[in-house]
Design a binder for this molecule. Structure first.
Ligand code: ADE
Length: 225
């Protein structure tokens, strides 16, 4: 998979791709991430990428021209499956969206800043709009990172068996069951006997029951879906 991220603050995005699972996926050649500084696509002296909004009002708007230049250059080099705009008024990211995007080949992610982008960008270039939740961030970059992490860990070969994505919360509309590791007793607090019993069908049944119970208590809405 190839991900091209368009931003006015590439520095925010650099280090998360240089550690842990996202770095490993890049090192293994399973993912290629390219950061594009929108200011490289403007001819103006001040590297201007934003301007006042028509009709007045506080806050700057990202201009269409540099975004058009950047997206058009990328599209002239390869086909893209989706051109995603990170915005608080997009579809809220969930596991199903992450699953679908993890199957794609080439993605562009456009990060908004200031008040957001000129509506014509959304009307003519964007194929998907994604929010990471009902709160407003100062830019789309952190949202883009969350989206990338959620997608990349699902790509076959990125996670080893020991951290398989199949048993994650939400993967089957259930939260994950409780988990424990050594020691089997700490401060008198014991791990449930079933987990140390070696009876794997029983363990499986216990996990399913716990996942259901936890979902019922914490996220009953998931059971209704
Ligand atoms: N940009 C600003 N707020 C955002 C949010 N909640 N999700 C995605 N992008 C954003």
């Amino acid at each position: 998979m190839r991900i091209d991220i368009i931003t006015v603050v590439p520095d925010i995005l650099k280090s998360p791709f240089q550690a842990s699972i996202m770095k490993r996926s890049i090192d293994k050649g399973l993912v290629e991430v390219n950061l594009h500084n929108l200011r490289d696509y403007t001819d103006t002296n001040y590297k201007q990428v934003d301007d006042y909004q028509f009709g007045g009002g506080a806050g700057m708007v990202m201009m269409i021209e540099p975004i058009d230049k950047c997206i058009s250059k990328l599209k002239s080099e390869r086909d893209y499956d989706e051109i995603i705009y990170m915005t608080p008024d997009g579809n809220t990211l969930n596991q199903s969206i992450a699953n679908q995007l993890s199957l794609k080949g080439n993605l562009i992610i456009l990060c908004g800043h200031y008040k957001g982008v000129d509506q014509r960008v959304r009307d003519h270039f964007i194929t998907k709009e994604i929010s990471i939740g009902d709160y407003v961030l100062s830019g789309g970059e952190l949202g883009a990172l969350i989206l990338c992490d959620a997608i990349i860990r699902l790509i076959p070969g990125v996670l080893g068996n020991e951290t398989s994505a199949l048993t994650d919360s939400f993967q089957d509309n259930l939260l994950a069951p409780p988990i424990y590791t050594r020691p089997a007793e700490y401060n008198g607090w014991k791990v449930p006997d079933v987990l140390t019993s070696g009876n794997f069908p029983k363990i499986e049944t216990w996990r399913e029951e716990q996942a259901y119970q936890r979902t019922k208590e914490r996220r009953p809405d998931l059971l209704e879906e």
